[in-house]
Design a binder for this molecule. Structure first.
Ligand SMILES: Cc1ncc(COP(=O)(O)O)c(C=O)c1O
Length: 288
């Protein structure tokens, strides 16, 4: 399979569709050196991006959180995403929008004089965790902790926050795990490297309060689904020692969708009825 830089198709970049292989940046791009970049991961189902506008709004909000303004409105981004899907003949696809501080007069840490750029690409992308969806994913426990909102704008979907996620995921994969669960800076259960986490105990659902990480769009959708099903949801701080008492677990995210978890470190979970019901319900909902 060819690399992501070497494919046929079109990518939207700074206002126009260009050839996939021409969607390049200069090596002195500010974002390359200082992580001044924010992005979105979205999925289209049957040609329609699920919660498209929320993603475009979050892209704007993430940029503001790391101190820049995207020079395209939410409506313009919405139109551009559709253009990308159409130009590439995609119906079920993953959509990646990315905004960053480009190359320009500044090459130090400050970057007010460099242009802010925006690109949107889309491609076919199957299940993020392969067959874990049915068997339950196996998760490692990361040695890295989600940072305090006083350390970094931890609610932004910003590139800099993924450095510890990449390292966590590499360590997990080396142990034969699909992903890693991370604790936060206080020691509470936080999330996986690119997905939020839910637990089931005695018919009720417990999920970490997203006070220092992304409050995922899928997470919010799933909480709505649970409440529609009259299932009680507790958003709260979860201590590591509680992991032993939970019966079921699943991850939520645009890429991950709803993926049941079978194991986190030495703790085991069953792929139970509620996990399966929510995973199937989500698959239906995104195509409505
Ligand atoms: C770190 C992190 N947490 C949570 C999520 C889930 O967010 P969403 O459901 O909006 O895709 C993602 C994926 O975007 C993520 O990268």
């Amino acid at each position: 399979m060819s690399g992501y830089d070497d494919r046929d198709g079109k990518i939207w970049m700074d206002g126009q569709l260009i050839e996939w292989r021409d969607a390049n940046v200069h090596i002195l791009t500010h974002a390359m050196h200082y992580a001044s970049s924010v992005f979105e991961g979205e999925r289209a189902y049957g040609g329609k991006i699920f919660e498209s506008r929320k993603h475009s709004e979050r892209l704007h909000a993430s940029a503001n959180m790391i101190d820049f303004e995207i020079p395209w409105t939410v409506d313009e981004i919405e139109a551009a995403k559709q253009q990308v899907l159409t130009a590439n003949g995609l119906s079920d696809a993953y959509v990646r929008a990315v905004a960053w501080r480009g190359a320009g007069e500044d090459m130090g840490v400050a970057s007010t004089r460099n242009p802010v750029r925006l690109a949107i690409a889309a491609w076919e992308w199957g299940a993020y965790y392969g067959d874990s969806k049915y068997k339950g994913a196996k998760l490692d426990i990361s040695k890295w902790k989600r940072p305090s909102p006083e350390t970094i704008p931890s609610h932004a979907k910003a590139a800099g926050l993924y450095m510890i996620c990449t390292m966590s995921k590499h360590a997990a994969e080396a142990k034969g795990c699909a992903d890693a669960m991370m604790f936060d800076y206080r020691g509470y259960v936080a999330e996986a490297t690119g997905a939020n986490i839910f637990f089931v105990k005695d018919g009720e659902v417990h999920t970490p309060d997203p006070d220092c990480f992304l409050n995922g769009i899928t997470r919010q959708t799933v909480i709505g689904m649970l409440r529609d099903r009259q299932v009680k949801v507790h958003e709260r701080h979860i201590m590591p020692e509680e992991l032993e008492s939970f019966e079921q677990c699943w991850l939520t995210g645009t890429a991950a969708e709803v993926t049941p978890v079978g194991q986190i470190g030495d703790y085991n979970f069953e792929v139970g009825a509620l996990a399966r019901n929510i995973a199937e319900g989500y698959e239906k909902l995104v195509r409505e």
